[in-house]
Design a protein around this ligand. Structure first.
Ligand code: FAD
Length: 282
């Protein structure tokens, strides 16, 4: 799968092979997806809707919101940002990740390995046809990269040899600072990678893991900057990987669209009820 293809082009292909599958659509997973999708990698986020942040009462330490923000709104905005960048989303639970080179791919995929996928991801999806259906019901999803961002859930990684699982009362995945697990193509992000338990830290780590993945996908040092017209080229420099220069008209257009979007998204209270710890629910 080439990163240049538009996500969604081959939705009908039940054996569709992804570039990146992100397991876990909390702040860490969605932030990673924003970065990989913006660079054109065909990215799928699988999430079963249980981000811890949904239990927050008012988020007051996330950068950029001086009086805080509704955490459910923030999650929605982040999901929208990942979708705008080109990432697809699948509502469901990843039940197993297996390495293709162990023969699991051919078995689980029911077909010969014919792409450069390194993993297959099996999913128990409640409503697989709901949004951006990536394939036939029950088909494992083949992918070159997996970003695990599931907080303390690790059971679905049992099928990958070499992943270090740390048991500290809760389970974590052993990674280096940039989320590498030691298994080529498999990364862990956010709380699952033992990052401190704040949304901003986990979101930042998700972004870092996304950039790390891109750098290791032959892109070299990756900026993802939007710069004013001529910022690089007027100094005789090439526009670096992931960068673009935009002129003043384009800048105004983007700014107006973003202001309108923010006005609209914050116009009403978020409709979802405040969640709490499951043990406190009736
Ligand atoms: C009551 C409460 C209040 C908090 N308040 C604050 C606060 O004020 N400020 C702050 O900075 N932090 C706060 N936090 C902490 C913050 O919510 C977490 O640090 C942050 O959400 C961690 O991000 P994450 O992406 O690593 O995990 P999560 O946000 O938990 O995301 C993990 C995602 O993975 C999904 N998932 C898990 N297993 C699977 C699977 N097998 N298949 C598919 N999907 C799966 C889950 O559904 C979830 O969406 C609070 C937490 C709680 C509980």
């Amino acid at each position: 799968m080439s990163g240049d293809e538009t996500p969604g082009d081959d939705e009908a292909d039940s054996r569709r092979s992804r570039d990146v599958v992100v397991v876990g659509g909390g702040v860490a997973g969605l932030s990673a997806a924003v970065f990989t999708a913006r660079q054109g990698l065909d990215t799928l986020v699988i999430d079963d809707g249980g981000s811890l942040l949904r239990r927050n009462a008012h988020l007051e330490n996330f950068p950029g919101f001086p009086l805080g923000v509704d955490a459910r709104r923030l999650l929605d905005l982040l999901a929208e940002q990942a979708a705008t960048a080109g990432a697809d989303r699948l509502d469901g639970r990843a039940t197993r990740v297996a390495a293709v080179d162990e023969g699991e791919g051919a078995q689980a995929g029911g077909d010969e390995a014919r792409d450069d996928a390194r993993f297959v991801v099996e999913v128990d999806a409640d409503d697989r046809n709901d949004r951006n259906d990536p394939g036939d019901l029950g088909d494992p999803i083949r992918t070159r990269y997996v970003v695990a961002a599931t907080k303390n859930e690790v059971g679905y990684l049992d099928g990958v040899e070499g992943v270090g699982i740390l048991d500290r009362g809760k389970s974590y995945v052993d990674t280096d600072e940039r989320g590498r697990t030691g298994v080529d193509g498999l990364y862990a992000a956010g709380r699952l990678a033992e990052k401190p338990h704040q949304a901003a830290v986990c979101a930042g780590h998700g972004a870092e893991v996304g950039v790390t993945l891109l750098e290791e996908d032959d892109r070299g040092f990756y900026h993802d900057w939007v710069a004013p017209d001529g910022y690089f080229t007027d100094r005789g420099r090439q526009v670096p990987p992931g960068c673009e220069e935009i002129d003043d008209d384009e800048r105004r257009e983007r700014e107006e669209a973003s202001r309108e979007a923010i006005r609209e998204r914050f116009a009403a209270l978020h409709p979802d009820p405040q969640e709490t710890h499951p043990s406190l629910e009736e």
